[in-house]
Design a protein around this ligand. Structure first.
Ligand code: HEM
Length: 208
């Protein structure tokens, strides 16, 4: 699958990946604020309304953003020199995103909280503090995991998980023993690196 995507297509997938991933971080942060407000308020009606609205954010933002980030992340890993399990940072991001999705599926429960803040006759009632703070803790952990993934994406630590050895077409441009990155000025540039290498060339002053 490596080098199957043209540079422009890969960049488009990267844009979708970054937008979805960072939007997911923003959505979960919004839920942290909403849950904290629902926990701190003395108005059970307000807390109940907040819990009832949260599924809109989950189904309209969290679920689609996480699935898009996961799919595009896997595609980018497979079509680039980074690979899915070649470097710790890509493997760690995969684990972190799957953990965020599992925490959302199994530990975050806005519908249950909406039910807990309503009596059988439909009158809003306070829920237990421990249960409400538990929801804040789940969401806070998700934010921490997504921030870690963002930091890993930008710093891209060089530590390798697996070293597959030299690959045809990428030697001299990030093959075994070398780091991925634009191979400007070298004779051979891997197809997935061409666009960034060309970008650098086009912005580098020549002559003088
Ligand atoms: C957990 C949520 C995620 C966040 C917040 C995130 C964020 C980002 C960001 C900001 C970049 C751009 C970095 C740059 O160009 O300098 C990026 C690139 C990348 N991401 Fe993610 N990502 C996430 C999940 C994933 C997953 C699950 C994978 C799959 C293993 C993945 C694989 C990649 C790859 C391979 C690139 C580099 C693409 C390239 O330069 O060709 N990401 N990510």
């Amino acid at each position: 699958m490596r080098a199957l995507l043209r540079p422009r297509t890969r960049k488009t997938v990267l844009v979708i990946h970054v937008v979805a991933s960072v939007a997911l971080l923003g959505e979960v942060w919004g839920l942290v604020l909403l849950n904290t407000a629902a926990t701190l308020t003395n108005d059970p009606g307000l807390a109940h309304a907040a819990y009832r609205l949260m599924p809109v954010m989950v189904f309209g933002g969290g679920i689609p953003f996480s699935l898009i980030a996961l799919t595009t992340g896997v595609v980018l890993g497979l079509v680039s020199q980074w690979g899915l399990f070649r470097y710790y940072w890509t493997a760690a991001k995969l684990v972190l995103l799957v953990a965020v999705i599992c925490a959302g599926m199994f530990l975050f429960d806005p519908e249950g909280m909406a039910a807990a803040t309503e009596s059988a006759s439909g009158v809003p009632v306070p829920a237990s503090d421990a249960r409400q703070w538990g929801q804040v803790a789940v969401l806070g952990t998700q934010v921490a995991m997504l921030m870690t993934a963002t930091v890993l994406s930008i710093f891209k630590p060089r530590a390798k998980l697996f070293d597959g050895g030299p690959r045809r077409g990428v030697q001299g441009a990030g093959g075994a023993g070398e780091e991925p990155g634009p191979a400007v000025g070298r004779a051979r540039i891997a197809p997935w690196q061409r666009s960034s290498a060309e970008d650098v060339r086009s912005t580098t002053p020549s002559g003088g």
